[in-house]
Design a binder for this molecule. Structure first.
Ligand code: MF3
Ligand code: CO
Length: 248
């Protein structure tokens, strides 16, 4: 069942997501060669404490941290550690928090110092795919238009779309219906309507779309160990427009 949100709930989701955006903006200033992914996680934990909000990922199905930090061939769910970021790496940072009972959820991929042309193109195409998909997410449209748009943009740039993870509805819970694949045929399934709040999150790979999950039970990597990028925004569908909640 897809929960349609009231204006009051949308206001709470806006507050939660603005805080997520604020944290990601702050982390951006810390991402440079030599910083550990754990240091980034500590900043997120401190931020949550200061703002009296709950880091939603920590403890979710036993997940051990506030952030997911996925480096290079890691797609999503990379666990913060003592690993130092190096010049030329790309790192996808995903953060979720619960504020007044409502979840904010957003992710961005950052370049660490100077990166290869392929890496920067992958980041750019993934960011663009999210923007284009959000433009398709209009009241009266179809849920599957979102994934179709991501796939079209990724594949027309020579990249592939991860199938094993999807976007989702978001509200009181981090993962609500519907699931939002990043591929598929347009004009199918659920109709988009006012009050839906969706976390759209394309994961785009340089090479194969196939995924392995590492021994830690969390870290998803590309099977060919080529690069992967991930952007996520939480959005709300209104009658006459769609609003991105997870930006400052
Ligand atoms: N933003 C992710 C998602 O939408 C993060 C969940 S990570 C977990 O699914 F650790 F909390 F599982
Ligand atoms: Co999400």
């Amino acid at each position: 069942m897809i929960y349609l949100k009231t204006p009051e709930e949308i206001e709470k989701l806006r507050t939660a997501n603005r805080l997520v955006a604020e944290l990601l903006d702050r982390l951006a200033e810390h991402i440079r060669p030599g910083v550990t992914t754990r240091a980034l996680d500590c900043l997120a934990e401190e931020f949550a404490r200061q703002h009296k909000v709950t880091p939603t990922f920590k403890g979710y199905k036993g997940y051990p941290a506030c952030l997911c930090t996925s480096v290079n061939e890691e797609i999503v769910h990379g666990i913060p550690s003592d690993r130092e970021l190096r010049e030329g790496d790309i790192v996808s940072v995903d953060f979720g928090l619960t504020c007044d009972g409502y979840v904010g959820d957003s992710a961005r991929t950052f370049a660490v110092g100077r990166v290869s042309q392929t890496a920067s193109k992958l980041i750019e195409v993934t960011r663009e795919a999210l923007g284009l998909a959000i433009e398709k997410a209009r009241s009266g449209g179809y849920l599957s238009d979102i994934g179709h748009e991501v796939q079209r943009h990724a594949e027309s740039n020579g990249f592939s779309v991860v199938r094993d993870f999807v976007g989702h509805g978001v509200g009181r819970r981090m993962h609500e219906e519907p699931q939002i694949p990043n591929y598929g045929r347009p004009g199918r399934g659920v109709r988009l309507r006012e009050g839906m709040v969706l976390a759209i999150e394309p994961m785009i790979n340089e090479g194969t779309f196939e995924v392995d999950v590492l021994e830690d039970g969390w870290t998803a990597v590309t099977r060919d160990r080529k690069l992967s990028a991930h952007f996520e925004h939480s959005i709300v569908i209104l009658s006459d427009r769609t609003v991105v909640l997870s930006q400052a």
